[in-house]
Write a protein that binds this ligand. Structure first.
Ligand SMILES: Nc1ncnc2c1ncn2[C@@H]1O[C@H](COP(=O)(O)OP(=O)(O)OP(=O)(O)O)[C@@H](O)[C@H]1O
Ligand SMILES: [Mg+2]
Length: 338
């Protein structure tokens, strides 16, 4: 299908600002939920997006799936600008990029049977006959581990894990290439998380799917990611191949997140860094690096200027302490001298 060498999905400097009013008489303020995020996603790969609650992960997911339009930035699907108001391009994008949400209790219509839920996208987007739709729905049900007799059942008759299988099946009905999964296992019992993750990985293998996998939980991401992007207050602070991020995290925020994460490999023990304080309000972001108040390595520059992402080997890192380590910051005042 691909007619050029462009990446499957590319986002450039995506921003989403919301206008909010905190009270009836207070002036409107801007929330920078997403403040300049870029990445490329290759075919068959998984980009994990991680960070604490409120850092902008779901906002990014909504932009990528066209639920909302960005305030600024560009999105390309196989080199095609998909924010362009071209109905054909937008239809293609709706088909090729699907989303699975965190809560399978809220995302499935309780009044519809599984078969109807699955066939709805086919009714809207294809000319398949009734029997062709049913055939397709049952084929996909089989792929996600649901049984034929589930076709006529209602969502409330299923467990959380099975509901998430239904949601995944619905996402697959139009043969997508990209699945945006927003915390797809966070609402599930720990005992079924691995099953759903394994299903997603099997489907990826079989169908060549690409995932943007959103999660606040690094231990989940370690199973499934190829590339990891760590976000803090609407921006990427560190990005790189999974092995680099897990074995050689360099941003103090990534280090703190990882030190709080139980690891698959107990040998990979590391110094425990306590993450104190909270994510600052995006309504009132601090000057300089957004992480400065919680950072044990912050020095004066971090309170004045926002660090830009820089490339170090395979990683992108936005941190003056790392810049300094790499000898890239010259003439820095020593922190003690103030
Ligand atoms: N429609 C909106 N209007 C105003 N502010 C919003 C809106 N949607 C999100 N925000 C704000 O944007 C920031 C990022 O929200 P977002 O839901 O993307 O975070 P998240 O990383 O997905 O968090 P979580 O892990 O809790 O799901 C938050 O401060 C949130 O309050
Ligand atoms: Mg979210």
């Amino acid at each position: 299908m691909s007619h050029n060498n462009s990446p499957l999905l590319q986002a450039i400097n995506l921003k989403k600002y919301y206008s909010v009013k905190s009270g009836m008489f207070s002036p409107k303020q801007q929330v920078k939920s997403l403040d300049g995020v870029s990445f490329t996603l290759e075919r068959g790969k998984t980009l994990a997006v991680v960070g604490e609650s409120g850092c902008g992960k779901s906002t990014l997911g909504r932009l990528l799936t066209m639920i909302e339009t960005p305030t600024a930035g560009e999105i390309y699907y196989q080199g095609q600008d998909i924010l362009k108001h071209d109905p054909a391009a937008q239809k293609l994008r709706r088909q090729k990029i699907q989303i699975v949400f965190q809560n399978p209790y809220a995302s499935l219509n309780p009044r519809k049977k599984v078969g109807d839920i699955l066939e709805e996208p086919l009714i809207i987007n294809t000319h398949l006959s009734r029997s062709e739709r049913k055939e397709r729905a049952q084929a996909i049900m089989d792929k996600v581990g649901l049984k034929t007799e589930h076709y006529d059942r209602y969502p409330h008759m299923f467990s959380g894990g099975q509901r998430q299988r239904i949601a995944i099946a619905r996402g697959l009905m139009l043969n997508p290439e990209i699945m945006i999964a927003d915390e797809p296992v966070s609402a599930l019992d720990v005992s079924v998380r691995a099953q759903v993750l394994n299903l997603m990985m099997d489907l990826q293998q079989e169908l060549g799917l690409s995932y943007v996998f959103i999660s606040h939980d690094l231990s989940v991401v370690e199973h499934i990611a190829d590339e990891v992007m760590v976000m803090y207050l609407g921006r990427c602070v560190e990005q790189g191949p999974k092995a680099e991020i897990f074995n050689n995290p360099r941003h103090p925020y990534t280090q703190a997140l990882l030190s709080a994460t139980p690891r698959l490999n107990p040998d990979a023990r590391r110094e425990r860094i306590k993450l104190t304080g909270e994510l600052p309000s995006p309504l009132n972001p601090p000057q300089g690096c957004a992480f400065n108040a919680r950072c044990r390595r912050a020095f004066d520059q971090c309170f004045e200027v926002k660090p830009a992402l820089k490339k170090y080997h395979d990683q992108l890192i936005a941190c003056f302490a790392v810049d300094r380590e790499e000898g890239l910051l010259e003439a820095i005042k020593t922190p003690a001298a103030g």
